[in-house]
Structures are given as structure tokens and as C-alpha cells.
Ligand binder design. Sequence first.
Ligand code: SAM
Length: 242
Amino acid sequence: MKIEILTIFPGMLEGPFGESMIRRAVERGLVEIEIIDLRSFASGRHRQVDDAPYGGGRGMVFKPEPLFKAVETLQERSGGSRARVILLTPQGRTFNQEIARELSGEKRLLLICGRYEGVDERVREVLVDDEISIGDYILTGGELAAAVVVDAVVRLLPGFLEEASVAEESFSGFLLEYPHYTRPPVFRGMAVPPVLLSGDHAAIARWRRKQALLRTRQRRPDLLEKAALSPEDRRLLKEMKL
Ligand code: SAM
């Protein structure tokens, strides 16, 4: 997968992608991440990318010319494979694990990070395939949102994690994950559930499934409605209601 990110603050994204597992994914060739300075597509001595909004009001708006030039140049230079162009915006569809999975199947993503009041509407109308919000709050810019999207997408790429760990974690199958424990077996009087020390793998799997169902019902009952529950899951849920 290739991910290109257009921003006026490239330095903000170097940290998140230059460390830890995302960096390793880049080094292993699972993904190529290119952070591109939008100003390099702006003209004039000051390489201005923004201007005052028509109709008045506070703040500035990203001009269409640099964004059109940037997106068209990037699409053309990559030959046949057209990138899916995503605008990070609080007005987009709310990002979640399903969308991360959907995006992880793309060959190329081109993310546009807004700033100020956002981008000229003609960019949204013509250039953009998809609009994504990372939640119902307003950030100062799209860079942190882009970092969140890229992180969630890259860890789903084949070869990044073991298939099993992706299948079990929260939101896979619309259930939250079961609780985790590690050594020591007793910490400040709090003991690890004995079944986890039993070595009985079937019993451990049953306990984990039950905990996942319980957690989801307590914290995110909305997810349970979408989960594919087996007759045994339904029985466990009924039992826990008593
Ligand atoms: N005036 C815009 C509005 O009310 O919809 C908000 C602009 S915001 C201050 C500046 C930029 O930050 C946006 O263009 C977008 O790229 C990014 N941004 C802010 N909040 C976001 C969110 N929740 N999800 C994704 N991007 C966000």
C-alpha cells in the first residue's frame, strides 16, 4: 500500500510514523508513507495556500489551486493506480474499525489535512472520494486525524500482525475484547482469575468469550445488536442477565 498525505505541517507527522510498529511496517515494505508539503504546489513568492472566505467571517480557507495541482500531479505521476482521495473533516463519516478495514484493502490512499476553516468547497466536490472524521470534536488541523487513520489502517495490512490477534481484538465481530492479565498472579491482593492459570485452553476460550460478551453488554450495548452471536453466546448472555 502507498499512502500520501498532503499537509502544510509535514513535521507534525514525522513523529507518529518514525517510531515503533508503523516505522517497522515501512522498513519491511508493507507500506510506503509519503508526507507532502502542500506549499510546494502553491505559487508566488510566499507560496500562499489560504485566503479569506467569500461572504466575510473569521478565519482562512485553503485555496483550490494548490490542492487541485497537488492531487492532479500525484494522481498522474503514479500511472495507472488512482489513489482514493480522503479529506479529513469533522463533517465526514465517523471513522471506525469497519472503515479502517475497508481502507486497508486499497492500493493507494491520498489524505488531505485541512487547517483553519477548512478547504474551498470545490475541492470537496471535485477531488475528494471520501470524507472522514475521527469524532465529534474540532481539531486545529487534519494531521492528527490522518495519523489516527493511517495507524489503524496500517496495522490491518496483511503481515503486520498475526491474523489471530486482529480477529480477537475489540470491534472485530462487534464485540469488545476480554480483559487481559500478566504476571504476577497476585498483585496487592488482587488475583488473576484462576481459569487463566489452569492451562485448560477450552475453558480459557469460554471464559474470554463470556467476558467479551459481558463487557460489550455493559459498555457498548449498541455493538451487540450487530454482533454475529452463536446460540451458545445467547445462552451465556441470558445466564448473565439473571
Ligand atoms: N470550520 C470547520 C467546521 O466547522 O467544520 C472546522 C475546521 S477545523 C478547525 C480545521 C481542520 O482540522 C479541518 O479542515 C479538518 O481537516 C481537521 N479536523 C478538525 N476536526 C476534525 C475531526 N474531528 N476529524 C477529522 N479532521 C478534523
